[in-house]
Design a protein around this ligand. Sequence first.
Ligand SMILES: Cc1cc2nc3c(=O)[nH]c(=O)nc-3n(C[C@H](O)[C@H](O)[C@H](O)COP(=O)(O)OP(=O)(O)OC[C@H]3O[C@@H](n4cnc5c(N)ncnc54)[C@H](O)[C@@H]3O)c2cc1C
Length: 306
Amino acid sequence: MSEEFEKLEQVKVPALDEILGKPFKVLDDGFIRVIDYMGSDQSVVQAARVSYGKGTKKLRQDRGLIRYLMRHKHTTPFEMCEIKFHIRIPMDAWRQWIRHRTANVNEYSTRYSIAIDSAQTTKPDEWRMQSKDNKQGSSGYFDVETGRQLSEEERKLQNLARETYQKRIDLGVAREQARKDLPLSTYTEAYWKIDLHNLLHFLRLRMEKNAQLEIRKYAQIIGHEIVAKWVPFTWEAFLDYEMNAQKFSAIELEIIKNIISANTEAVLEIAEKAGWLKVKDGRLVKNLERMEMEEKLELLGLEKPW
Ligand SMILES: Cc1cc2nc3c(=O)[nH]c(=O)nc-3n(C[C@H](O)[C@H](O)[C@H](O)COP(=O)(O)OP(=O)(O)OC[C@H]3O[C@@H](n4cnc5c(N)ncnc54)[C@H](O)[C@@H]3O)c2cc1C
């Protein structure tokens, strides 16, 4: 062969090697730990340079290149890195997790083995109230006395379910059928392998404040404790351009431009046209788009003009 190829070594990230296999505790009996990984920030850079050509190598620093890729959604170089986790998680959070189809999964089988004898329990001060604004969310906590009753009922229910399950198993009922009445709080375990691009997409959705608290706790550990150590430049760029960034619609931008130039008349006209200012019984009718815009205005330190 006329072309010369450099000698390669397996990519190692010492900061990640240090926590390889170490379980990070999540919830009352869950954990997440890294089993294996492939690649690093360098692998992202290396893949990008193949597509941009060797000539650009000296022009861009690694960090700058990674930020450029993230900013412009040139995502395939991030797919060059992979990571494999071992997770222990209650089944209701797992049900949300498994919706992310771009991973490889191998889950503990309760057809083959006895179900894990552990269910997520809730402390008296951990019972959340249904949010009034967000049908999928929670807001605030119950008082501890009410929480105590809820926790006591939870304990009885979980015990009954477990005893019933055990009775069926002892009688010789097939494991695949005996499990049917186990609660969603029962822990399951899985190996979950995913590439960095799709992992960041998972984190974007599951670290967000609207994601359910339980899955958010796992996502935050993956992000802040694991990905931050594994690919620090990518993590920094992700926080900057994705997680902590804001997106503005064309309507929102027009409104902001007019707020800044103190053209309240134009602002109200745009909002009215967008259907955000409908009034019923002397009050503004709930409008999700307007409410989300109000959150963005608050972030920018701007008063809402309606
Ligand atoms: C706050 C929140 C609330 C939710 N509420 C509900 C709910 O009420 N009901 C419900 O059913 N789900 C709900 N979901 C799940 C949600 O709709 C997605 O299924 C889940 O977040 C996985 O996202 P994804 O498909 O982008 O991820 P992945 O499956 O990991 O896919 C990543 C990306 O790959 C591409 N992709 C993957 N598979 C395909 C495909 N077959 N065709 C085309 N492109 C594909 C898409 O671009 C996708 O964004 C909710 C999620 C969140 C975060």
